[in-house]
Design a protein. Structure first.
Lengths: 563, 270, 349
């Protein structure tokens, strides 16, 4: 067979030099669990690759220079207008290079998709608890990449030096100036002098095409390597434990699927770039500090910063010859700082509050971690309100709401919204848990109604399949074993004494709040307590007693004697 | 059976015939009395005096309830003495006047008066107190205009309210700068000239007629420029782009991910 | 294990019997014992050779092939569109973008569809279990590492010789700081640059765009507003970023304190256009309410009363430029702004 001959020939040649047989075999047999949410990170990865490819094309034609020129090119509406070379070269790419506009649009849409996918992926990781040990470092790497992606996009769409993005740079200048002590120096150093100067576009260019992509490539490599080394997490299900991983092997399955996914992403981006115009810089005009357009927004991923700047009240300190403009500092630093710092610390806070130091390789269903999910939704609400406020003038114009009213609403909503979201989400999660528990105890309702000889109507339930049981029957977050560890004299165990200890206990109570899986030792109550008056339920298969908690302490969600 | 000719008044159809006849009579009388507008459309007055006179009539019927019989204004409407025919032309041809309801801002709506009627009222108001006049066709023609200068002026003085593409934008207190897409060149000119409602006044010595022509040429050209990149998404900017990125691109990609990882149906495979 | 120079020997000179392609065993989950740490090649087949339903697979194969051929045609179409379609005008770019984009989309999507159908219907379904090892190394491994590390540290002398250690650290510190120092020449020191603009006494106000000077009589309609720049600086973006201003004409009796009336000419007042929040042009002017609205973050200034802030995040009113007229009657600045324009900064005071 020719496959065998190729393996002998080329394969042998390589192996002679690289000792690759074992390593590649491990690589080829790597198991990848299958769930569509596991592909969200790949969307970001492939968008990044597409950005590299289209970006390289653009660098062949773009001039990162602020030298003023007078335009006499193909776009006649700007004939005779003074503009920078950067802007003129972008017009050139759009109108005088074949495929130029397509590449520009794919590049911009891919950047939008890149950040959107990172957000979706980050939320998936958070809500399924995939950041827990041993993946905390990967979570932190992800957060760094998220921040870099935001900057990369901001710098990238500022390169054409058009009116919209130039206004964004103006705002950046204003934010830099507001920083106490060093603000003016930072601004002058970044811009090479006063705004706008001649240096900012070439400097952003090199940061955008070399520095940040280089760092991102290194971080992506580390991120993927760690994921490979630790193996991917898996969704709860039959046979899935913290000590195995079930799925299909890398070769040929995962390679084929991921390759197909790459083609889909590229194809969808190309389709979007054919039919949806993005960043039409010829309509904005070149940047001038004299003019501005109504409805000026940054790209969506910077929208939350824009919103926080809009909703801030005017608050400034003038003390002893110095000015501290809180109306700029607070919106620029606080929301982003809160979210990134909170996200970075969360895995460790959760570990501290739950006392849970085990490895976790099976994902949580969000409902099974009600506090975590509620905090996550509250953060999403916070972010979302900032985002909406960033578009408030467009919203006011299109939905006929008074402009000031949108800001007033946002100023209250930013505090009330997350709190309400937390409370509602937590209740929903607990309710869903109760529903799951009900299904575990009573089986799935089939909708078939029987009438008993006594005249009573009952609904027939069917027993859960093994797959369904495995999904629902998962360990609940445990309270700290404080009673067991408290000494006879009433002294709490070490680590739970004093103020911090009491805080930890309170945190533990909140974070582990969950509907318990009851009566474990009795096998969900079937076999006990179901004979009296409950005989009509088609009981779960008898004989599958689950043993006791102590017996399967390495408990991993697998019902005891099921295969 | 009685002969038909004497008993038709007793048939049911007679009732309807009477009603129709009555309505027709009433309508004709009414039209004869008030139909001066419709019937005179075919024979428009040709002299300025006739126009002014006709304009006065229309004004008193349509505008005087708010603006006063002498156009002197009232507590619900400003005086029109000195606003000029340009202002009247703008307000009436865009349908903003007659005003439908008291609101922070008058909306554009289908005009209530015909172009001839509008012109007549405009001349009447002009005759009362002077003011800026309606531009000539040459003044609003876009051929030979300096579009680049128009772009610079538009960016410095218009885009901040009307948006880079003339798509409009929000102002304070429920007011807004409307989209320029439905506006004719003359409407744009007269709007600049008279500064309706919240809009500042750009008179002919501040922005000269030639410069106004350049601005109009830029606006019209931009409006007529096709979107080479696909659908324009409203030419609103990154807000709609962000929506498309999530609801269009990410959604489509997620759908394909769901298909790629979907479990097989159990019927044929294991 | 096999000799690469041996001729292909169907009698089985190389390791193991040849695989037989035929009816695959019933597809079952197979456990991989261990993770391949063993060096012996697997004797038992790990993956089924073909799908469970060969008939459906054959049909699927045709579908996949059709998709791949479609993709090939689309790629060829892309190349043809590139060669055949010109650009150079908006209409031409529209056509070119449509053709190139559509062919590229079809090329990729068809490949994607084909690949997915291939995986789902031609590759047999498998579910394989792989065991995980705890991430934590065994105690022996840790001890061995610790020993290696400690021996190496001892051998290097780093731990036992504080003089070496401390001088090494002392040597690296300035070296680490040096790259930061190298950034110093990225820009000049700000000095007092931000306190002044280029406006000075006698400098004419130009109507930006046509760049013509203005007399009060040219700007005489109440409710008028226009952007003005200093004469000679209309192409200097650095100067414009601080000096751009707007003039507004009022009806008599409307302008009042804290507007400096002696800085106005004929009820024409001049304010800086640079918003005091973060520097966007504060340019929307509502002539009925005489509000200046900045479109970036909706700071609102009352133009009739010293551009005081009435809403939004701006901390200070827009600075007012003193105006007067020159000998030829044109509007000129009487001096520079009397306070720094634009966003706040630490040294502003």
């Amino acid at each position: 067979m020719s496959v065998e001959r190729a393996l002998e020939g080329t394969g042998g040649w390589l192996d002679d030099r690289f000792h690759g047989a074992r390593g590649f075999r491990v690589f080829f047999r790597k198991i990848f669990p299958d769930h569509w949410t596991f592909l969200l990170g790949e969307i970001a990865l492939y968008s990044f690759i597409i950005l590299l490819l289209t970006g390289t094309f653009l660098t062949l034609f773009f001039q990162p220079s602020m030298t003023p020129v007078v335009y006499h090119g193909s776009y006649h509406n700007l004939d005779g207008v003074r503009m920078s070379e950067a802007y003129a070269s972008t017009l050139n790419i759009s109108f005088d290079i074949r495929g130029g506009l397509l590449m520009r649009q794919i590049h911009h849409w891919a950047a939008d998709l890149f950040v959107a996918a990172i957000l979706a992926h980050m939320l998936r990781i958070f809500f399924t608890g995939a950041y827990r040990k041993p993946r905390e470092v990967n979570w932190l790497i992800g957060l760094v990449m998220f921040t870099l992606a935001l900057l990369e996009g901001l710098f990238g769409y500022s390169l054409p030096d058009d009116l919209l993005s130039g206004t964004g740079l103006r705002i950046t200048e204003g934010v830099l100036l507001s920083i106490p002590l060093v603000g003016t120096y930072l601004q002058f150093f970044l811009f090479g002098g006063p705004f706008p100067g001649n240096d900012i576009i070439p400097r952003l260019y090199i940061i955008h095409v070399l520095l940040i992509p280089g760092i991102l490539l290194a971080l992506i490599t580390a991120h993927l390597f760690i994921m490979f080394h630790q193996k991917h997490t898996q969704m709860p299900g039959k046979g899935r434990t913290d000590t195995n991983v079930i799925g299909a092997p890398m070769y040929p399955y995962f390679m084929a699927k991921t390759g197909a996914f790459f083609f889909f992403i590229f194809g969808i981006l190309a389709l979007g770039s054919t039919f949806a115009q993005v960043n039409p810089i010829w309509l904005y005009g070149p940047y001038t500090p004299v003019g501005i357009s109504s409805g000026s927004q940054p790209d969506f991923y910077m929208g939350f910063l824009e919103g926080s700047l809009r909703m801030s009240p005017s608050w400034t300190w003038d003390l002893a010859g110095h000015t501290v403009p809180w109306d700029v500092l607070i919106p620029a630093l606080v929301p982003l700082g809160l979210i990134i710092t909170g996200a970075a610390l969360w895995p460790f806070i959760e570990q501290w509050a739950t006392g849970d130091r085990r490895e976790h390789h099976v994902n949580d269903r969000p409902r099974n971690a009600p506090t975590r999910t509620a905090i996550g939704i509250a953060t999403v609400t916070f972010y979302g309100i900032l985002w909406l406020e960033g578009a408030n003038d467009v919203i006011a114009d299109h939905l006929d709401i008074s402009l000031y009213t949108t800001t007033e609403i946002a100023r209250y909503a930013i505090f009330i919204g997350p709190v309400v979201a937390y409370m509602i989400t937590k209740r929903i999660c607990l309710g869903l848990q109760r529903k799951d528990l009900h299904m575990l105890q009573h089986g799935v309702e089939t909708g078939i109604i029987h009438q008993l000889p006594s005249g009573e109507y009952v609904e027939q339930t069917r027993p859960l399949t093994e797959d369904e049981v495995a999904e629902l029957d998962v360990r609940r977050p445990e309270k700290l074993p404080i009673e067991a560890a408290t000494s006879a004299g009433g002294v709490p165990p070490r680590g739970m004494r004093g103020g911090l200890g009491r805080l930890k206990l309170a945190a533990n109570k909140v974070v582990t709040e969950s509907v318990p899986i009851e009566t474990h030792g009795n096998g969900y109550g079937h076999g006990n307590g179901h004979e009296n008056g409950h005989g009509e339920h088609a009981a779960l298969p008898t004989g599958s007693d689950h043993g006791t908690d102590e017996a399967d302490d390495g408990r991993n969600g697998t019902p005891g004697s099921h295969a | 059976m009685t002969p038909l000719s004497f008993t038709w008044r007793r048939r049911r159809v007679a009732r309807y015939a009477v009603v129709v006849l009555g309505l027709g009579l009433a309508g004709s009388v009414y039209a004869a009395i008030t139909g001066a507008g419709e019937s005179s459309a075919a024979t428009a007055p040709t002299t300025m005096q006739q126009q002014i006179a006709r304009g006065q009539v229309i004004f008193q019927q349509t505008c005087a309830t708010c603006h006063g019989l002498e156009a002197q204004g009232s507590n619900v409407a400003p005086s029109l003495i000195g606003v000029g025919s340009a202002a009247v032309y703008f307000q009436v041809s865009t349908g903003r006047m007659p005003l439908r309801e008291q609101a922070p801002e008058a909306d554009r709506k289908p005009p209530q008066l015909t172009p001839a009627q509008t012109l007549a009222v405009a001349q009447y108001i002009q005759s009362l107190g002077g003011g800026p006049t309606i531009p000539t066709p040459a003044q609003v023609s876009t051929s030979g205009a300096n579009v680049g200068l128009g772009q610079e002026l538009f960016t410095a003085d218009c885009a901040q309210c009307h948006n880079f593409d003339g798509a409009g934008g929000a102002l304070t207190n429920g007011q807004y700068a409307p989209s320029l897409n439905p506006s004719t060149p003359t409407q744009i000119y007269t709007a600049m000239l008279t500064g309706p409602q919240a809009m500042p006044v750009f008179d002919d010595t501040t922005i000269t007629p030639a410069e106004k022509r350049d601005i109009i040429a830029y606006v019209i050209n931009t409006r007529n420029t096709p979107n080479p990149g696909g659908f324009s998404l409203g030419r609103v900017g990154p807000v709609t782009e962000g929506l498309v990125a999530f609801l269009g691109l990410l959604f489509a990609v997620v759908l394909s991910a769901m298909w790629i990882t979907a479990k097989h149906r159990k019927t044929t495979d294991e | 294990m096999s000799d690469p120079t041996a001729p292909d020997d169907p009698a089985g000179a190389h390791s193991g019997p040849r695989r037989v392609i035929g009816t695959p065993p019933p597809a079952q989950a197979r456990s991989l014992m261990g993770d391949g740490a063993g060096s012996a090649p697997p004797v038992q087949r790990e993956l089924p050779a073909g799908p469970a339903n060969p008939v459906r697979a054959k049909k699927a194969e045709r579908v996949v092939a059709a998709f791949f051929i479609l993709s090939m045609l689309a790629s060829i179409g892309f190349i043809a569109a590139y060669i055949g379609l010109e650009v150079g005008s908006v209409d031409a770019v529209f056509r070119s973008n449509l053709a190139l984009g559509l062919s590229m989309s079809v090329a990729f999507l068809a490949l994607g569809f084909g690949a997915v159908i291939w995986v789902r219907h031609i590759m047999p379904t498998v579910e394989i279990t792989e065991q995980r090892h705890p991430m934590r190394s065994t105690t022996e491994e840790r001890q061995a590492f610790n020993q290696t590390f400690t021996e190496g540290a001892e051998a290097s002398g780093f731990v036992k010789r504080p003089l070496l250690r401390r001088t090494l650290i002392a040597a690296t510190l300035p070296l680490a700081v040096a790259p930061i120092v190298l950034l110093r020449d990225m820009g000049p020191l700000p000095g007092t640059y931000l306190r002044h603009t280029v406006w000075r006494k006698g400098l004419r106000l130009l109507n930006y765009g046509p760049n013509t000077p203005l007399r009060p009589a040219d700007f005489s309609s109440p409710g008028g507003m226009i952007t003005v720049v200093p004469d000679g600086y209309q192409d200097d973006d650095d100067a414009l970023a601080m000096a751009t201003s707007i003039i507004i004409k009022f009806q008599p009796g409307v302008l009042g304190a804290p507007t400096h009336m002696n800085w106005t000419v004929d009820n024409i007042v001049c304010y800086s256009k640079i918003c005091t929040h973060v520097g966007c042009p504060a340019a929307l002017y509502d002539e009925q309410e005489h509000h200046i609205l900045c479109p970036c973050h909706q700071s609102t200034f009352d133009a009739a009363h010293g551009a005081l802030v009435t809403f939004g995040p701006a901390p200070r009113p827009l600075p007012q430029l003193p105006l007067t007229t020159d000998s030829e009657g044109y509007l000129v600045a009487a001096s520079d702004f009397q306070e720094p324009v634009g966003p706040s900064f630490w040294e502003r005071g």
